[in-house]
Every structure is written in structure tokens, then in C-alpha cells.
Design a binder for this molecule. Structure first.
Ligand code: ADP
Ligand code: MG
Ligand code: MG
Length: 211
């Protein structure tokens, strides 16, 4: 029987798969004007593959579940978002292991490690109109919540709201990384699909915690 933390992680992965499937067309449409119209398809395919693995993932611990889910996302997504989301999952797993379990604190540190991992891997920084623009405010919100000893449900809700706001802030930006950067100034006026998908993932995690 899986422990509670592993069950929570699997519930969150399942909720992420649900939300990405619900918003698949919308995410693909966001990728139409500034990309190659596949972001929703990519993300939904990756996390559907993770969902199929859940019966196996539930039997391991948190680090193994996150590491395996990360590898699956990298191999199934195809697009550049695959290695980026894979990095987040892998870093969350490594950090949970290092910090002796999954807590709001280790989740926050792990997400920040994912952010830094993406920066290293893909060379983007906050303000480049990528998923990092949704991640950064979510991480800052979580750090404030940890500092203030806020409850986990409240903290995750606040982080999801911060990520959604962060995704909105990408609209007026000029893309500096990824496919959208090929458009230069013509990327202005469109929301970054990866920032939008990250905000949906944060909302899914907050929802899974309440279920
Ligand atoms: P692809 O661009 O290969 O078709 P997707 O459409 O699945 O991949 O994902 C596009 C999203 O990936 C972008 O909206 C952006 O948020 C993110 N992304 C792409 N390149 C980078 C990068 N260099 N750094 C950070 N995020 C990136
Ligand atoms: Mg694309
Ligand atoms: Mg593509």
C-alpha cells in the first residue's frame, strides 16, 4: 500500500492530466499565433501517459514516482516543453528525497530547483515570455506562505492565483526564447502557451490537495 504522500502526488498527477485534457484545445490555440499549434496536444499526450502509469507509481515512494513521471513526460511530449516539465518533476523528486519528504517547504524548494534547472537547460529568464513567467510568481508566493506558516491548501491556492496572473503578464511581452522568439515584436499581444499550461498545473495541484 502506498504511503499518504505518494497517494497525494499520484492524485496531483491525475488532476494535472485531467486539467490539461480539459484545456487541450485552448492551449493548442494559444500556440497557434506564436508557435506551431501543438502545446495542448503535447502536454495532454505526456500526462495521459503518466496517468496510465499511476498504478505502478503508487507503489513506489514520492521521489521514484516523480522521477518516473518526469522521464515519461520527456519521452512522450516531444516538443520543447517535454524536457522543461520533465525537469520540474525530476527536481521535485530529488528535493523531496534530499529534504526527507514532501512538505510545503520541500515542494517550494523543489519548484525553485525546477525553475533554476529550466534556466540552465533552456537559457531563459523571467520576462522572456515563457513558462518561467508563471513559475516565478508562484514560487515567490509559496516562499511567502512558508515564511508565514500558512496552511497548505491556502498556500497552494495563492500560488495557483499567482501563476495565473503571471501567465497574463506574458501577453504584452516580446518573446526572447523558444519558437515564439522567431516572431520578435509580432509575439506581443499573445499569451505564452507554456505559462498558461503551468498555471493550469498549479491549479490542478491545489485542487488535488483538497480532494
Ligand atoms: P514546441 O515549441 O517545441 O512546439 P511546446 O509548444 O509544447 O513546444 O511548448 C512551448 C512552450 O515551451 C512555450 O510556450 C514556452 O513556455 C516553453 N518554452 C519553449 N522554449 C523555452 C525556453 N528556451 N525556456 C523556457 N521555456 C521555453
Ligand atoms: Mg509548440
Ligand atoms: Mg512543436
Amino acid at each position: 500500500v502506498a504511503d499518504e504522500a505518494t497517494e497525494l502526488v499520484c492524485r496531483a498527477l491525475s488532476e494535472v492530466a485531467d486539467v490539461l485534457s480539459t484545456h487541450k484545445d485552448e492551449l493548442t490555440e494559444l500556440d497557434m499565433p506564436i508557435g506551431d499549434s501543438d502545446h495542448g496536444i503535447n502536454m495532454a499526450r505526456g500526462f495521459e501517459a503518466v496517468r496510465e502509469q499511476l498504478p505502478v507509481l503508487e507503489k513506489g515512494g514520492v521521489p521514484a514516482a516523480l522521477r518516473t513521471a518526469g522521464m515519461t513526460v520527456v519521452s512522450k511530449v516531444g516538443g520543447s516543453s517535454g524536457p522543461l516539465y520533465g525537469t520540474i518533476l525530476r527536481k521535485l523528486g530529488i528535493t523531496a528525497k534530499k529534504m526527507g519528504g514532501l512538505t510545503l517547504d520541500s515542494f517550494t524548494v523543489g519548484l525553485d530547483a525546477g525553475f533554476k534547472g529550466i534556466q540552465e537547460l533552456a537559457g531563459a529568464k523571467e520576462g522572456d515570455k515563457t513558462m518561467l513567467d508563471a513559475m516565478a510568481p508562484a514560487i515567490r508566493s509559496l516562499e511567502r506562505s512558508v515564511e508565514a506558516h500558512q496552511g497548505i491548501a491556502e498556500a497552494l491556492d495563492a500560488a495557483a492565483a499567482a501563476a495565473a496572473e503571471g501567465a497574463e503578464t506574458t501577453i504584452p511581452l516580446i518573446a526572447r526564447k523558444g519558437r515564439a522568439s522567431y516572431l520578435g515584436e509580432r509575439s506581443v499581444g499573445h499569451k505564452d502557451p507554456g505559462a498558461a499550461s503551468f498555471a493550469y498545473c498549479m491549479a490542478a495541484i491545489a485542487q488535488a490537495y483538497k480532494n
